[in-house]
Ligand binder design. Structure first.
Ligand SMILES: C[S@@+](CC[C@H](N)C(=O)[O-])C[C@H]1O[C@@H](n2cnc3c(N)ncnc32)[C@H](O)[C@@H]1O
Length: 286
C-alpha cells in the first residue's frame, strides 16, 4: 500500500537534506497532519476501520471481512512466501509507519505478474523498507534489474541486509532522491526510453499523473505500469465527511482524478484490481 509523501516517518527530515535542484519538487504535503507526526500511532483517528486495518503491515483489506483476507494469507500467501520476504516483513513490523509496506498478497501477485511478463528491466517508485522491492528482485531472472527510487535511504537500509542475504542485491539499483527529478534525469538519456518492462508506482498520490506521463515514455510498448492504492482505503465512494484519517481525505481527489484519467487514456489498456488497497495495471499500447 502507499500512503502519500506526508506519511513517511522521516519525510520532512529527509527532504530537508535534499539537493537544491530537487527542492523545487518538494511537495506542499510534507507538513500535513498524519501518522508520521505521531510515530505511527493512529489511535487519534476516529475511523476504527482504519485503525483495525493498519494495525500490522499489509493487513489491510477491501474484502468483505478481515477473516476472508486472513484466509487468503494463511492459505495461499504465507505458505509460499520466501523466508527472506518473511524476515523483511517481520523487520518492517517493528518500524514506524509499517502499514506503508505493500501487503504480502499484493507482492505475491506482482511477483507472478513480473514472471508472466518475462520482465527484465523494472523500476519501483516508493521503496520504504523494501518488501515489494525484494519480491520484485526475487521474481526477476538473475540478470534482471530494478531501479528503485525513494527519498528515504534510512528505511531502505533497514531491509537492505535481507536483500543482500537473499542473494539478489546485484539486481537492485537504489537511487536516493525525489522521484520526479530522478525520472526527468532518466528521460534525458535516449537509452532509457521504452527500456522498462514493468514499473511499480507506490509513492505520493498527488504526483501520480506526473509520474504517469514520464513512465509512459520509460516503459516499453506492451510493458506494464502498476499504480498502487487506486481504491484509497475504500474512501472513493464514501461521503465527503466520512471519518477517514486526514491524509485519506487530503489525497482522495488526486486518486479520483488519476482513476478518471487512466480510464480515458487511449495510450494504455487498463485493469483496476481490488488486490491490497487497489492496484491499476496499465499496459502501454501506443
Ligand atoms: C508506501 S511506501 C512504499 C512501500 C513499498 N513499496 C513497500 O513495499 O514497502 C511509499 C514510499 O514512497 C516514498 N516517497 C513518497 N513520495 C516520494 C517522492 N516524492 N519522492 C521519493 N520518494 C517518495 C516514501 O519515502 C516511502 O518510502
Amino acid at each position: 500500500m502507499a500512503p502519500s509523501v506526508d506519511e513517511m516517518g522521516s519525510a520532512g527530515g529527509a527532504t530537508s537534506n535534499l539537493k537544491t535542484d530537487e527542492q523545487s519538487y518538494q511537495l506542499s504535503t510534507l507538513t500535513v497532519t498524519s501518522p508520521s507526526n505521531h510515530n505511527g500511532d493512529t489511535s487519534q483517528y476516529k475511523d476504527k476501520d482504519f485503525k483495525a486495518s493498519h494495525g500490522t503491515p499489509g493487513h489491510k483489506t477491501l474484502l468483505q471481512s478481515d477473516a476472508l483476507y486472513q484466509y487468503i494469507l494463511k492459505t495461499s500467501v504465507y505458505p509460499r512466501e520466501s523466508t527472506y520476504l518473511k524476515e523483511l516483513r517481520k523487520i518492517t513490523e517493528g518500524v514506524s509507519l509499517s502499514y506503508m509496506a505493500t501487503p504480502p498478497d499484493e507482492v505475491q501477485f506482482l511477483m507472478l505478474l513480473i514472471q508472466l511478463l518475462n520482465a527484465k528491466n523494472t523500476m519501483e517508485l516508493g521503496v520504504y523498507t523494501g518488501y515489494s522491492l525484494l519480491g520484485t528482485a526475487l521474481a526477476l531472472p538473475d540478470d534482471g534489474k530494478i531501479v528503485a527510487i525513494d527519498l528515504d535511504r534510512n528505511n531502505y537500509e533497514l531491509g537492505a541486509p535481507v536483500i543482500e542475504k537473499a542473494g539478489v542485491a546485484h539486481k537492485v539499483d537504489f537511487r536516493e532522491g525525489l522521484i520526479l527529478p530522478q525520472l526527468d534525469k532518466m528521460l534525458l538519456n535516449q537509452e532509457n526510453l521504452g527500456l522498462f518492462d514493468f514499473i511499480f508506482v507506490d509513492a505520493d498520490k498527488d504526483n501520480y499523473l506526473k509520474y504517469h506521463e514520464r513512465c509512459l515514455k520509460l516503459v516499453k510498448v506492451e510493458g506494464v505500469i502498476a499504480y498502487d492504492n487506486t481504491l484509497w482505503n475504500g474512501s472513493l465512494v464514501a461521503p465527503e465527511d466520512a471519518p477517514y484519517a486526514t491524509y485519506i481525505h487530503q489525497y482522495r481527489p488526486f486518486v479520483l482524478e488519476l482513476n478518471k484519467f487512466l480510464a480515458a487514456d487511449k495510450r494504455i489498456a487498463i485493469s483496476q484490481l481490488s488486490v491490497g488497497d487497489g492496484i491499476t495495471l496499465c499496459r502501454r499500447i501506443l
